[in-house]
Design a protein around this ligand. Structure first.
Ligand code: FES
Ligand SMILES: [Fe+2]
Length: 324
């Protein structure tokens, strides 16, 4: 048998730029420090005494220690575990306890700092291959920020694929039957695109023993790293989904579900739990396809395939030719 040819590039796409989740808020306490591996780089995330998260390149400019492994937070800076140089959120050295003077180069930002913010109970970092500044803000979702909605129910995966493949999957109508065994996939979604944002919804009548119940499924993407789905009607559930490049060919996926606390232990809560299980089941079914498929620049579609090219055109805005 011939050996498998691995000489081709399986995913010939650059990493997209945008906001990407790097942690849940509750994974980083005040003065907490976390090493991160995303965007093909080593980073350190820390929370200052003022409660704000900050993200820097991991390797100390002095002699290369990893700030995220043994580094400690002092006020709003991180102190290196090796010789205790302190760096603020802009990557400037603010203090060297054993030196009479901070070297001139280190009084300027000398460590790369990554735009970092907190929204929807997650911490987000802006990645851009040319270090351009953020071009939009991640929107807030009421469900993620309300005391009346439950704590997140979280699921996560590390998958050898690209964020664009996952975005295309959500509108790939035919695969719902052949990969997920879904009998009827609704096809007449109302989709709209607005810069980095995509929004779609469909109204469906869900069959129940009491007769059909009018329901709505809405979903959207806010840039390449954040997607969401909202079910209303028969039940209420909100899914915040994040996709963060680990490398150009690997992503870290987080699914965070929330539902109204009032629905817990009710029929609606049981239906919501079934929805959640179904979504997680479907993602697990997609993985072997994604991890083994090749990304084709030229796909050949038929009329039942769904608006895959619309997603492709929308996604293109986040890709910079020649970027890593
Ligand atoms: S390596 Fe960081 S202070 Fe020396
Ligand atoms: Fe799928």
């Amino acid at each position: 048998m011939n050996a498998i040819d691995h000489s081709f590039e399986r995913i010939p796409l650059p990493m997209p730029f945008g906001w990407f989740a790097v942690a849940y808020s509750n994974e980083l306490e005040t003065k907490g420090v976390k090493p991160l591996e995303y965007f093909g780089q080593s980073l350190v995330l820390f929370r200052g005494e003022d409660g704000r998260p900050r993200c820097l390149d991991a390797y100390c400019v002095h002699m290369g220690a990893h700030l995220g492994v043994g580094g400690t937070v002092v006020e709003n800076t991180i102190a290196c575990p090796f010789h205790a140089w302190q760096f603020d959120g802009e990557g400037k050295c603010t203090h060297i306890p054993y030196a009479s003077k901070i070297p001139a180069f280190a009084q300027q930002p000398c460590l790369k700092s990554w735009p970092c913010l907190e929204a929807n109970k997650m911490i987000w970092v802006w990645y851009h291959p040319n270090n351009d500044t953020p071009q939009w803000e991640p929107p807030d979702y009421a469900e993620c920020n309300s005391d009346e909605w439950s704590d997140f129910q979280c699921h996560e995966w590390t998958i050898n694929t690209h964020p664009q493949e996952m975005a295309e999957n959500s509108v790939d109508a035919a695969h719902f039957k052949y990969v997920h065994g879904t009998v009827d996939y609704p096809s007449n979604w109302n989709a709209s695109y607005d810069g980095p944002l995509r929004h779609a919804y469909i109204d469906v009548n869900m069959d129940t023993p009491q007769g059909p119940v009018a329901s709505r499924i809405e979903n959207g993407n806010d840039g390449p790293g954040q997607a969401w789905t909202r079910f209303t009607g028969l039940t209420e559930t909100f899914l915040l989904a994040s996709v963060t490049p680990v490398t150009r060919e690997q992503v870290h996926v987080r699914f965070a579900f929330t539902q109204p606390k009032a629905n817990k232990n009710s029929d609606e809560g049981v239906i919501a739990d079934a929805f959640i299980q179904e979504i997680v089941r479907q993602l697990n079914q997609d993985i072997p396809i994604w991890e083994n498929k090749k990304y084709l620049h030229r796909i050949r579609l038929c009329d039942g395939d769904g608006p895959i090219m619309d997603i492709r055109h929308w996604f293109k805005q986040f890709l910079i030719e020649g970027a890593p």
